[in-house]
Design a protein around this ligand. Structure first.
Ligand SMILES: Nc1nc2c(c(=O)[nH]1)N[C@@H](CN(C=O)c1ccc(C(=O)N[C@@H](CCC(=O)O)C(=O)O)cc1)CN2
Ligand SMILES: [Mg+2]
Length: 282
């Protein structure tokens, strides 16, 4: 089975549209997301545009703030402070990656945790770690929702996550653990990766290497969630998994494009609505 993330994301967006309609009827203002983009990374520009489109579709107010790459760290921190104090703003997102002269850590720590719709602030990270209610990073959250939509129960399953980033690998591992999976986090220093991956009921790949994982890494009837977004030898988008080589072997797999990616944007919309309700006592 190919997991159609685009279609599932669209269905969820339609539900969120209804939620926003209810907000319109009951509140004096609408949820609002502010996205800050520094520099002109073409991929980031696309993602930010898609976030704006997602907001328009659902009925969330959005503001995209663009600065050229000379914008300083201090200016950015001041801008975030203003947005933190702006009562009409529910979600603040700084698009990553940032230019080298700006500290990602300082910037993410500066965002008010209750407006941190990316779930990257230490307060939200700690809550996720402790299994307490928090704003959860969008890509990991999207993966868990996809598993739910295909009625896959993680209880007692063996999950292998390849990649240990703060925005994907670590949080998705914690979410799977919360669902009673047995979780392994593998990474670039892991020995015998093939052997470890081959025992996974659910393999999550987030290493950014085009078509790295072929059938030798994958158990029959595994579920494969491919987070990689790469270009292949023909400059075509592809994941970390060699899709053609494994698709007949697996129980289910997310394609690239059209798998995890569209869920990331939809979960951002969901987090913005969640932040709105939390901030308005809903
Ligand atoms: N502040 C953040 N920065 C970044 C995040 C994030 O969650 N928060 N994640 C990524 C980029 N990202 C969203 O920001 C993102 C990446 C990819 C997709 C997506 O829909 N991809 C498509 C294919 C890509 C394409 O067409 O070019 C797909 O998989 O179908 C959405 C969002 C890093 N930065
Ligand atoms: Mg993400």
């Amino acid at each position: 089975m190919i997991i159609n993330g685009k279609e599932i994301a669209l269905k969820i967006k339609d539900q969120l549209k209804n939620d926003v309609e209810t907000i319109r009827e009951n509140y004096s203002r609408m949820p609002k997301l502010v996205v800050i983009l520094i520099g002109d990374n073409p991929a980031s520009l696309t993602y930010v545009r898609n976030k704006e489109r997602g907001c328009d579709y659902i009925g969330i107010e959005s503001e995209i703030i663009k600065h050229d790459s000379s914008f300083s760290e201090r200016q950015l921190l001041e801008e975030i402070e203003i947005l933190n104090n702006d009562e009409t703003v529910d979600g603040i997102l700084v698009q990553l990656p940032l230019p080298k002269h700006i500290s990602e850590e300082k910037v993410l720590n500066a965002i008010a945790f209750d407006k941190d719709v990316d779930g990257f602030h230490p307060h939200n990270v700690a809550n996720l770690f402790l299994g307490q209610n928090s704003l959860v990073p969008c890509t990991p959250k999207g993966m868990l929702v996809l598993l739910e939509k295909i009625n896959y129960d993680l209880d007692g399953k063996e999950v292998v996550v390849v990649g240990r980033s703060n925005i994907v690998g670590k949080p998705v591992a914690l979410l799977c653990l919360q669902k009673n999976a047995t979780v392994t986090i593998a990474h670039s220093k892991t020995k015998d990766l093939k052997k470890i991956c081959s025992r996974a009921d659910v393999l999550i790949t987030a290493i950014g290497k085009p078509k790295f994982f072929n059938h030798e890494y994958i158990k029959d009837d595994a579920i494969v969630l491919d987070v990689g977004i790469n270009r292949d030898e023909n400059n075509k988008l592809c994941g970390d998994v060699d899709f053609e080589d494994v698709k007949d072997k697996v129980k289910a797999i997310t394609p690239v494009p059209g798998g995890i990616g569209p869920m990331t944007i939809t979960m951002l919309m969901q987090n913005t609505i969640e932040a709105f309700y939390k901030r308005n006592g809903g």
